[in-house]
Design a protein around this ligand. Structure first.
Ligand code: NAD
Ligand code: DAU
Length: 341
């Protein structure tokens, strides 16, 4: 089988590729990635000798480059590539529209021209917007994105569904809740909090910290994606969640306990603009229809994740250098590595 993955050098894409290559060593896996700030080839270092694995550096907005990289008749396209961080989309949205919206249309066009098989589009529970208690977000509910990031992901989903209806392509959309696990870029809450706590640095808590997110281990998410590729129905959308809603303060409290650090590290900062209060994805459909279920409990997953960051301080330090520092200082108005604020 030949599988074409976009964004495979990022957090979820690299987990997906590592898992796929280990389960199907005879397959050809092409990782097409622009290698933006969020990419990290260290995440794929173990694949250097895998015979079927290839990395192609390229932009999903460049149709000729995607066309050249995608083999005619490839079996599966998994489209992860995107600008993925909400705060960055608030600082500047243009690249989100380009990469996430235009990039998805280019991928659809090229997949059709190259007669690719199944097209799996990776979307997010954020397209549903704020979900007030006690509602859960179901696949057929209206889409009400709040941030420029979520709006760009919503537009991309519409383009995928339009291609299914208009051209009959074999596409499926998945919407996952907040992933956590190893190799996540430390701009996101969990790796940022773990690495700051490890260094006794303040952890920025947006607003009152009572926003609710549903957390799923990245390996559970990737198992669900493999199942959707194998058994999902064309034109359908599947929600993937951890059935694990937590306030940010609750999650940070667990991390403090695991690391044995004081609560005084939690530092309230100005809230995110337009901050969604609650996400609550209903994943009954994938459970009932495809028999998927989460296997990693949050407590176990969190402990293993903390251990990974403790054992990989070099990875964290390299990820937190360069452009990251500039971004961090702009975002929080405090120098990275100081106790200001
Ligand atoms: P990430 O930011 O860690 O990685 C994104 C990858 O895409 C990087 O390797 C980057 O180089 C690549 N990329 C970005 N723009 C590109 C372009 N124009 N052309 C080619 N490659 C490009 O993201 P992630 O957290 O791994 O998320 C992957 C996907 O899953 C995204 O589509 C995101 O919207 C979605 N998602 C993420 C989460 C989460 O919790 N992280 C949850 C739900 C959905
Ligand atoms: O829900 C799925 C989404 O999860 C994905 O689509 C996105 O790609 C991914 O980035 C993630 O978005 P969030 O905005 O939920 O994740 P983030 O890690 O940025 O923030 C999680 C929560 O923690 C959110 O309520 C904001 C808050 N936060 C975040 C950071 C970085 C803080 O309080 N302090 C922080 O320093």
């Amino acid at each position: 089988m030949t599988i074409f993955v976009t964004g495979g050098a990022g957090f979820i894409g690299s987990q997906f590729i590592r898992d796929w290559v280990s389960a199907h060593p005879g397959d050809t896996v092409i990782n097409y990635d622009k290698l933006t700030y969020a990419a990290n080839l260290e995440n794929l270092a173990g694949l250097a000798d895998a015979p079927g694995y290839q990395l192609v550096r390229g932009d999903v907005c460049d149709p000729e480059a995607v066309h050249a990289a995608m083999p005619e008749g490839c079996d599966v396209v998994v489209h992860f590539a995107a600008e993925s961080h909400v705060d960055r989309s608030i600082l500047s949205a243009t690249e989100f529209v380009r990469a996430n919206v235009l990039g998805t249309q280019v991928m659809l066009d090229v997949a059709r021209a190259r007669k690719a098989g199944r097209f799996l589009h990776i979307s997010t529970d954020e397209v549903g917007g704020d979900i007030p208690e006690p509602r859960a977000f179901k696949e057929g509910d209206p889409l009400e994105p709040s941030s420029p990031y979520a709006a760009s992901k919503t537009a991309a989903e519409h383009l995928v569904n339009a291609a299914v209806r208009t051209f009959g392509i074999d596409a499926i959309v998945t919407r996952t809740s907040n992933n956590y696990g190893p190799y996540q870029f430390p701009e996101k809450l969990l790796p940022l909090a773990i690495s700051n706590m490890m260094a006794d640095r303040p952890v920025p808590v947006y607003g009152d910290g009572l926003q609710v997110r549903d957390w799923i281990h990245v390996a559970d998410n990737c198992a669900a994606l493999r199942l959707v590729i194998a058994k999902g129905r064309t034109g359908e959308t599947y929600h993937i969640g951890g059935r694990n809603p937590r306030t940010n303060r609750e999650v940070l409290g667990l991390l403090l306990d695991i690391l044995g650090k004081p609560a005084s590290l939690l530092t309230q900062v100005t809230d995110r603009l337009g901050h969604d209060r609650r996400y609550a994805v209903d994943c009954t459909k994938i459970e009932n229809e495809l028999g998927w279920t989460r296997t990693i409990s949050f407590e176990d997953g969190l402990r293993a994740t903390v251990r990974w960051y403790q054992e990989n301080t070099g990875w964290v330090a390299r990820a937190k250098s360069g452009e990251y520092r500039e971004y961090y200082e702009k975002q929080y108005g405090m120098q990275h590595g100081t106790m200001a604020r």
